[in-house]
Design a protein around this ligand. Sequence first.
Ligand code: PEP
Ligand code: MG
Length: 923
Amino acid sequence: MSQKWIYAFSEGDGKNKKLLGGKGANLCEMTQIGLNVPPGFVITTEACLACLEDPERRLPDGVLDQVRLHMAAVEEKTGKTFGGRANPLLVSVRSGSAMSMPGMMDTILNLGLNQDTLQGLIAQTGNERFGYDAYRRFIQLFGKVALGVPDEEFDAEFDAVKADAGVKHDVGLSAAHLADIADRFLKVVERVTGKPFPADPYEQLTIAIKAVFNSWLGKRAVDYRREFKITSEMANGTAVNVVAMVFGNMGDDSATGVGFTRDPGTGENVMFGEYLVNAQGEDVVAGIRTPKPVAEMEREMPELYRQLVELRNRLEAHYREVQDYEYTIEKGVLYCLQTRNGKMNATALVRTSVEMVQEGLIDKRQGLLRIQPEMLEQLLFPRLDPKAGGKPVARGLPASPGAASGIAVFDADRAEKMGRAGEKVILVREETKPEDIHGFFASQGILTSRGGKTSHAAVVARGMGKPCVAGAEGIHVDVHTRQAVVGDQVFGEGAVITIDGTTGHVYVGEVAMIEADFSDELATLLSWADETAMLKVMANADTPRDAERALKFGAMGIGLCRTERMFNAVERLPIVVEMIVAETPADRQAALNKLLPIQREDFVGIFKVMSPRPVTVRLLDPPIHEFLPSENQLVEELDRLRHLRDTVLGMQVLHDAVDFMYRTRDTHPEVPLQADPALVDEAIQKKEAMLKKVRALFEVNPMLGHRGVRLGLTYPEIYSMQIRGILEAAAECQKAGIEVHPEIMVPQVCTAQELKKVKSWVEAIQADVEKTSGVTLSFKFGSMLEVVRACMRAENLAEEAEFFSFGTNDLTQATFSFSREDAENKFLPMYNQSHILQDNPFEVLDEKGVGRLMELAVNWGRVARPGMKIGICGEHGGHPQSIRFCHRVGLSYVSCSGPRVPIARLAAAQAALTATEAGGQAL
Ligand code: PEP
Ligand code: MG
C-alpha cells in the first residue's frame, strides 16, 4: 500500500497547514464544521517534495491512483462526470503552502474543458458566450502555466480577432468571435509545443498537478520566499487543491458574492457585503456590472439570504473572529468558497472586541489581545483622510502623532498673535527652544528642520498632544526671510501647509482629515485592560490643562511633571531671566520670591485635577542657559540696537528699526516705537549683561553639563523655592479637604550624597510648612535614574529615595553615547538600514543594553527597599514593546505623554496576559 498522498476535504486535519497548506487546511476545516464547500481534495506537500526530489520530476507512485479515487468521490458528491458531456465536472487547481504566498502560482479554473464538455457547460448555463469565453481563458491559462506557452503568442491572435471585429474590448466580442479565438489558441499551443492541446481531462489534471509542484522552485516563488524570509521550517513545498467548480452564472437562482461577518468600517454587527445575480466572481472584480448591497438579497432571494445569514453565524461561531468570506450560489445552492480573518480599522476592532465579549463569543482576554495597541492611535488623533491622496513635499521624523493644517508662521510671537486671533497656524522653526512655548500653545502643530524624536519640539508637542514633524532636514527654514525652501519649492509665511506627525510627511496646501473618536466602546475596552494590567499607567504632564487631558485618557496619576516647562510662559520668562542674570544671592532670591507663588499655584492646579492620584514633580533639570537667547541672537540684537542708537536717534525712523522694535516688543517693552536715547542705552546695557552671562554659562557639552541636581546644589535657593512651592501647595489642598499625594523627584542624580543634601532641604522646608500651616504632610521623595552610575549605585540610592523613575531618554543617550538631539538625523537611519542596530533606541527601548542596566537597578534597589515603587518616564514608557519589557522586569508603572496613555493601558494589559501565557517568566 503506497503512502497516503491525498486527503478529501472531509478528512484532512484543518490545523495541519504544513502538510495541507493554508488553503487546503482551511477548506478541510470549513467542510468539517458543516459549511457547504464544493467537494474536493488536497494533494499534500509531501507529494510535492517527493516529486521535486525525483530527477525526472515524476509524481510519486500512488498519487495518480489516489487522484482517480478521490475524483470518483467528487463525481459522486456532485452528480457530475469528469470529462462527461451531459453534465461535466470541471475543477479548479490551486497551489497553497503553509505560508500565504500570493501570486506565486496562478490558479487554473475550469480544468476538464474540451470540445465535448464545453457543449455540456453551454447547455447547463444556457450561455454560449460564457462557454466559449471560459474555454478560451482555460486554454490560455493552462497553456501558459502548465505548458509554458508565452502569453504574447495568445495575445497576438486575440488582437487579430478584435481588429477584425472592430472592437476595442473583449466585452464587445460575440460567442462566435470567442469560439474563433479558442480555435486559434488551440493551434498556438500545438505550434509552440509540437503537440495538440491535451483534451483528456485526466491528462490535463496530471500536467496541472506537476506544474503546480514545479512552481515551488520557480524563480517567482524562490524570490518571494527570500524576500519575505520564509524558511523551509515555515513552509516546505506546496500542496495542490483540486476543487469542483461551481457556477454563479447558471440563471437567476445563481449568484456570486463577498461578505464580512460585521461591518469592517464601523464594527457594527450587521450583514455586510455585495453580490451579483447570475454572475461569476470575475464579473465583480472586472467591474463590468455593479454589485448590489447584500441587504437587497433579503428581498430578491429571501431563502438564500436566510442561508447566507446562517453561514455568517456559523463562521463567527466557529472562528470567533470577524470573517471575510466568499460564496457562490449555483442553482439555489449556497457554497462557501473561502473565509479568512477580516482586516478592520481601529474603530471596528474596538467595537467588535467589546460586542463579541458581551455576546459571549470571545472572552475579555481574547478581546484585549486581538488589537495592536498602536492601532488605537487612529482613534486618539485626527489623521489624514487616506482618500485625500496629497503628495508630500518633504519628510521628517514622525515626532508627535496626528495631523494638522494651518498657516505657516516662522516665530512663536506671531504664531501666538495669530492663534489668539482665531487663525489656525503651524509653527515652523529650525528647532524650538523653551522660549517658544507660547507659540506651541497657539499652534495646531509644529514643524522643525532639525532635532530628533526626543528634541524639545518633539517632547513638548507630544505632551500637549499636538502633531509634530521634527528634523525635516530637506526643508531649509529661514526665519529672517520668513521662507522655507524644499527642493525647488518655496513656501513663505502665510502659506497653508499640512503636517502628518504620524508619518513625518509635510504637504503644501490643506489635506482632508478624519477626526479623532474616543468612543464608549474604547472606554469599556480600556477599563478591562486596567483590570488585567499589573503596570499602572501615568502621564507626563506639566500644566493643569495637560493633566486634565491626561485624566480623560485614563491616566492614573502624573509620573513626570517637568517644572522647567512652567517657567516658559511669556509673563514668567522675564522673571526667570532675572533670576539667572542676578549678580548676588539676594537679587536671585528676589526673583525667586516672585516665582514661588506662581509655581505654588501651578502645583495646586495640578494636584486638584489629579486628586487623589499621585503627582510626581521633578525639580529643575535643564541647564539654565536654555532660558536665555543664544549668543548669536544676542550679538545680532545688540548690533541692531547700537545701529538704532547711532543712526535712528537722529530722529530718522527707519523702516527696519520700527520693524525691529515691533518684533522685540515682548523682550524689550522698554523700547517704544518713538525711540528714546536713554531707553535704548538701557536696553543695550541689559543685553550686554545677558550676553556676558550667556558667555559665562557656555558649555561645550551642555547635556553632560551644569544641569539637574548639579545645578540645584550650586544654587540651593532654586530647588528650595520649588520644594516650598510643592509642599505649600500640598498643605493648601489638604486644608481644603483635597487628598493629594505629591512626590518630589530629583533629576540627573549620580550619587547618594546628592540625594542626601536635597533631602535635608526637603526635611527643613517640610518642618517649616507644617508649622505654619498646621497640616501634617504626606509625600514621597525619590530619584530619577538616568545616569549610568545611578543604576550601578541603585542600592545606595534606594536608602535615600523612596521611589525611582527611569529617565530612559538620558539613560539611552548615556549608555550609547549617542546625542539624543542629533543621532536620529545623522547616523542612526544608516545604522538601522544596515542592521547595525535593529531599532532606533530612542524609540524602542534597547533591552539588551539600557534594559539590562534597568533590570540590575530594579533588583539592587529592591534589595535596599523591598517592594520599592519604580517606574519609567522616558519616551519609551508609551511604546508597547518597551512596556512589555517594563512588565517583565517588574516595574510598578510606566509614564508617557497623555495621548499615549490609552495605548499604554492596552499594552500593559497585553503584557500581563502574554507573560502569564509564557509562564510568568521574568527575563
Ligand atoms: C529622560 O531623560 O528620560 C526624561 C524623562 O527626562 P527629560 O526627557 O526631561 O530629560
Ligand atoms: Mg532626563
